[in-house]
Design a protein around this ligand. Structure first.
Ligand code: NAD
Length: 492
C-alpha cells in the first residue's frame, strides 16, 4: 500500500487505494506486479497500481459468478435499488474528494469535473437505481388455453472495459444499468486512469453491495481486457474505446458468443450555415472541440462552415482558442488541462504535422506548451479539404479542422463522408433545413443549434466505426437483460 516516493505533496489523499477489488476484498495481483500512474499535468508518479493478469481475471470472474448466483439476482429488486441509492448518497458525500482524484489522475480541469463528470455519474446511478424494481416483462395473450408472458432476466457476469477520457462517468454508464438489472460486474479501468474506479469500489462496499457484485481488475488492456473478453464465464462485454480495440473485442468474444456492445470513436461534424447565430455557433463549436482537451468521442472535430461565413468562423474559433485559460487542472479557473499522456501528446503533434504537410493552414496552436506535463495549445486548421487525413481520422486532441461547404447537399456529403457516425451538430435558423439535416445525417445523436449535451435518459452510441448498441435510457436495460418467453398450458 505504499505511495510512490515522488508523490507530489498536496495531491488527493486517496491515491493509496491501489489494490484490486475481488470478492469484496482488496487484494494484490497474484503475480505481485504493480504499475505507475502519472499526473498528466506534471508527468510525476501519483500512485502505484496493482497490475492484474489472466489469473486475477479468473478470480474476479469466479467471484462475480458466485455473487450473481447468490445474493444479487435473488435479492428483492427494491432492495437492489436501495443499495444503489445508498451509493449515490455516499458519492455525493465524497464528491469533492472523488473530483480531486479524477482531476489529478486524468488531468481534467477540476471545474469541469465538478460541473460534468461527477453530476453525470451521480445522475446515471440515481436514474438506474430507480429502474431496479421496474424491470418487468409483459403478458402477451396468444391463445385461450395458455398463459403466455415474458420476463426479463439479468444476462449474468458483465465485463465493463472503460476508457481514460471520462473514467468515472463512462464507468458508471456501464456499472449502474448492469447492477440495476441484477448483473454482476468485473470492471477494467483504463490503465492510465484507475484511481476513481478504485475509490468507487470502496464506496460500493460501504453502501452494502454484497462481495463480488462489483469487482475491479486494473492493468493493461492487452492482458486484463483480453482475458475478460475471452473468458468463457463472462456473458457480456460492454466496451468504450477505440475502433481498433473494438474490432479485436468482437473477435475475442466469439468463443462463447458473448453479447457485446461497442461505443467507439468519432469524427463529428458541426455544421454552421450562413444564417446561423454565429456568436452562439462558434462559442459552442470551440467548446465542442476544446472541452476535455478534445479527448471526447463526440468532439466536434470537423467544423463545416458555409462559404459566406467561412472566414468569420475561422476568425472567431481562433480567437476563442487563444482565449482559453490553460493551466493546473486543480485551479478552478483553468479551462484547458493537459492531454492524458506523452504518447497521446505525440500522436496529436504528429497529426498537426500531417495537416501541415497535407496543405492545411495552421492558424493557431498545435504546439507543446512548457516541458512539464503534456500541455498543447489548442489548434485551428483552416483550408482543410474533406479528403485530408486530419478531416477523416480521429485525432482525440484539441485540434479542429474547419472545412468549407457550398450548400445543404455539400454539407451532408461531407458530414456523412467518414467511417464514423456518432454525433453531429447543425446551426441554422431555417427549421426545414435543420430538420432535413437531422433526418439525413448519419449519427446516433444530432444537436440542433447547440452542441455536446448528453443525458442518461437519451440513447447514446453510433454506427460504423463508432460501434453499435446504445447506452443510457431503456436501451441499456435491454443490454443487460435477456427476455424469456413463458408458455403455460391452462388445460391440465
Ligand atoms: P482504447 O481502445 O485504447 O482503450 C479502451 C479500454 O480498452 C482501456 O481500458 C484499455 O485498457 C482497454 N483495452 C486495450 N486493449 C485491449 C484489448 N486488446 N482487449 C481488451 N481491452 C483492451 O481507447 P482509449 O485510448 O482509452 O480511449 C479513446 C477512444 O475511446 C477513442 O477512440 C474515443 O473516441 C473512444 N471513446 C468513445 C466513447 C463513446 O461513447 N463512443 C466515449 C469515450 C471514448
Amino acid at each position: 500500500m505504499s505511495i510512490a516516493s515522488d508523490c507530489p505533496s498536496g495531491t488527493a489523499s486517496d491515491v493509496r487505494e491501489k489494490l484490486l477489488l475481488i470478492g469484496g476484498q482488496r487484494v494484490a495481483a497474484v503475480a505481485g506486479r504493480v504499475f505507475k500512474t502519472l499526473n498528466p499535468a506534471t508527468g510525476e508518479v501519483i500512485a502505484m497500481v496493482a497490475e492484474g493478469d489472466a489469473v486475477d481475471v479468473d478470480r474476479a470472474v469466479a467471484a462475480a459468478r458466485r455473487a450473481f448466483e447468490g445474493p444479487w439476482r435473488t435479492m428483492r429488486a427494491a432492495e437492489r435499488g436501495q443499495i444503489l441509492n445508498r451509493l449515490v448518497a455516499l458519492m455525493k458525500q465524497h464528491a469533492d474528494e472523488i473530483a480531486a482524484l479524477e482531476s489529478l489522475d486524468a488531468g481534467k480541469p477540476i471545474s469541469a469535473v465538478l460541473r460534468q463528470d461527477i453530476p453525470a455519474a451521480l445522475d446515471t446511478l440515481a436514474y438506474y437505481a430507480g429502474w431496479a424494481d421496474k424491470i418487468h416483462g409483459d403478458v402477451v395473450p396468444v391463445r385461450d388455453d395458455a398463459l403466455t408472458y415474458t420476463v426479463r432476466e439479468p444476462v449474468g457476469v458483465v465485463a465493463a472495459i472503460v476508457p481514460w477520457n471520462f473514467p468515472l462517468m463512462i464507468g458508471m454508464w456501464k456499472l449502474a444499468p448492469a447492477l440495476a438489472c441484477g448483473c454482476t460486474v468485473v470492471m477494467k479501468p483504463a490503465e492510465l486512469t484507475s484511481l476513481s474506479a478504485l475509490r468507487l469500489g470502496d464506496l460500493a462496499l460501504e453502501a452494502g453491495l454484497p462481495p463480488g457484485v462489483f469487482n475491479i481488475v486494473t492493468g493493461p488492456g492487452s492482458v486484463v481486457g483480453d482475458a475478460l473478453v475471452k473468458h468463457p464465464d463472462v456473458d457480456k462485454v460492454t466496451f468504450t474505446g477505440s475502433p481498433g480495440v473494438g474490432r479485436g473485442i468482437l473477435r475475442g468474444a466469439a468463443g462463447n458468443l458473448k453479447r457485446v456492445s461497442l461505443e467507439l470513436g468519432g469524427k463529428s461534424a458541426n455544421v454552421i450555415f450562413d444564417d446561423a447565430d454565429l456568436d452562439a455557433a462558434t462559442k459552442a463549436a470551440a467548446a465542442g472541440i476544446f472541452f476535455n482537451a478534445g479527448q471526447v468521442c463526440s468532439a466536434g472535430s470537423r467544423v463545416l462552415a458555409q462559404d459566406k461565413v467561412y472566414d468569420e468562423v475561422v476568425e472567431r474559433l481562433t480567437a476563442r482558442a487563444r482565449s482559453l485559460r490553460m493551466g493546473d487542472p486543480a485551479d478552478r479557473a483553468t479551462a484547458l488541462g493537459p492531454v492524458i499522456s506523452e504518447k497521446q501528446m505525440n500522436t496529436i503533434l504528429n497529426y498537426v504535422d500531417v495537416g501541415r504537410k497535407e496543405g492545411a493552414q495552421l492558424v493557431t496552436g498545435g504546439e507543446r506548451v512548457g516541458d512539464r506535463g503534456y500541455f498543447l495549445s489548442p489548434a485551428v486548421f483552416a483550408g482543410v479539404k474533406h479528403e485530408m487525413r486530419i478531416s477523416q481520422e480521429e485525432i482525440f486532441g484539441p485540434v479542429v479542422s474547419v472545412i468549407r461547404f457550398k450548400d445543404e447537399a455539400d454539407a451532408l456529403r461531407i458530414a456523412n463522408g467518414t467511417a464514423y457516425s456518432l454525433a453531429a451538430g447543425v446551426w441554422s435558423r431555417d427549421i426545414g433545413r435543420v430538420q432535413r439535416f437531422a433526418r439525413r445525417v448519419k449519427a446516433g445523436t444530432v444537436w440542433i443549434n447547440t452542441y455536446g449535451y448528453t443525458d442518461v435518459r437519451l440513447p447514446w452510441g453510433g454506427a460504423g466505426d463508432s460501434g453499435f448498441g446504445r447506452e443510457h435510457g431503456t436501451e441499456a436495460l435491454a443490454n443487460f437483460t435477456e427476455p424469456k418467453a413463458v408458455w403455460m398450458n391452462l388445460n391440465v
